[in-house]
Design a protein around this ligand. Structure first.
Ligand code: ZN
Length: 327
């Protein structure tokens, strides 16, 4: 029973009867408000429709009012309530409660859209670098690139493919619940385009699998390499899609966003504030524009330390800090 149906049935005139077709009949409270003489023949009818909805129909003056789950309490229904002497403050409370419940349902429906990701193959002949026995010229370049970027084989299951088009790229598989659901292949040549070849599904958040339950916070960054460096997750860009926010919030811990130091990163900060997340704008030297730069310059441990030490959760303080940080 809904609160609306419950209220109506509680305040109806006590003299009533129920018909076999499910109507509850009573002297209609509406008629004399609508220019008719007062009803004395029990021509007001109320019927509930199973799912908590309820309809009122007057077979004398024709007045109707109804309510369905998911709808707000209509003006007509409020009027009917007043006519059967439901106190005004109770009518207001019921209307408000119904409205809040409806909003709650909408929020839940939005939340239920947890994205699902299907398994995808890696580029042809891709192999785990750790397991490769013969180092070719191209693989040597990839390994050299990794060394230069402080990336180690034990940090992540990095892949490489000897096939043309991929052999000078570092392949980073995207995992979700243990399955490979995408990947990016970054060129290790300084001037080669495109820099990244990728396969990515909408709403994906990189490295969620690695967010162990005992961690008390999750660091959210833009790129996967940044995320690998500090065991965080990556948005794969500077936007936070609703589905990504949902996946990150589901971890149920403090969320710390570390933006890249560029105009897109500045927008990311505003979005983080909107989501109620914390932001870290670490005290890095000029010229350091993301976590990878910081790791390269200071090492992993200090980079992580600088991030955790600069966490701010007050929107005002975040915005003040952002003014300086983004310059
Ligand atoms: Zn009536």
């Amino acid at each position: 029973m809904s609160i609306v149906a419950d209220t109506l049935l509680t305040f109806l005139p006590p003299k009533r009867k129920t018909t076999p077709s499910g109507w509850t009949s009573f002297n209609a409270p509406c008629c004399h408000h609508n220019g008719h003489s007062a009803d004395t023949r029990q021509r007001g009818g109320l019927i509930s429709n199973g799912d908590g909805g309820i309809s009122y129909h007057c077979f004398n003056c024709g007045f109707k009012a109804s309510w369905q789950p998911g709808r707000n309490v209509s003006k007509g229904m409020r009027t009917l309530m007043r006519w059967i002497n439901v106190p005004d403050d109770m009518i207001n409370k019921i209307s408000l409660q119904v409205m809040q419940e409806n909003e709650g349902i909408e929020v839940q429906q939005r939340l239920i859209e947890i994205p699902s990701f299907h398994e995808v193959p890696l580029p042809d002949d891709a192999v785990l670098i750790e397991g490769v026995e013969y180092v070719t010229k191209h693989l040597a370049q990839v390994v050299e690139y990794m060394r230069d970027r402080n990336l180690y084989l034990e940090d992540y299951p990095f892949y490489w493919s000897p096939s043309l088009g991929y052999r000078d790229r570092l392949i980073v598989p995207f995992y979700y619940e243990g399955k490979i659901v995408g990947w990016t292949a970054r060129t290790v040549q300084a001037d080669k385009q495109p820099k990244y070849l990728s396969e990515q599904q909408p709403g994906y958040v990189f490295n969620l699998d690695e967010q162990r339950p005992q961690k008390i916070f999750v660091i959210v960054c833009e790129g996967p390499i940044d995320a690998i460096h500090i065991d965080g997750v990556a948005l794969m860009g500077s936007e936070i899609k609703d589905q990504q926010a949902l996946l990150i919030n589901r971890l149920n811990r403090e969320v710390i966003v570390v933006p890249d130091r560029d105009p897109a990163g500045s927008k990311l900060v505003e979005r983080a504030i909107e989501l109620g997340w914390s932001v870290s704008l670490p005290k890095w030297d000029e010229g350091i524009k993301d976590i990878s730069d910081a790791v390269k310059k200071y090492g992993k441990l200090y980079a992580l330390h600088s991030i955790v030490g600069a966490v701010e959760s007050s929107p005002l303080k975040i915005r003040l800090g952002a003014k300086k940080w983004f310059g």
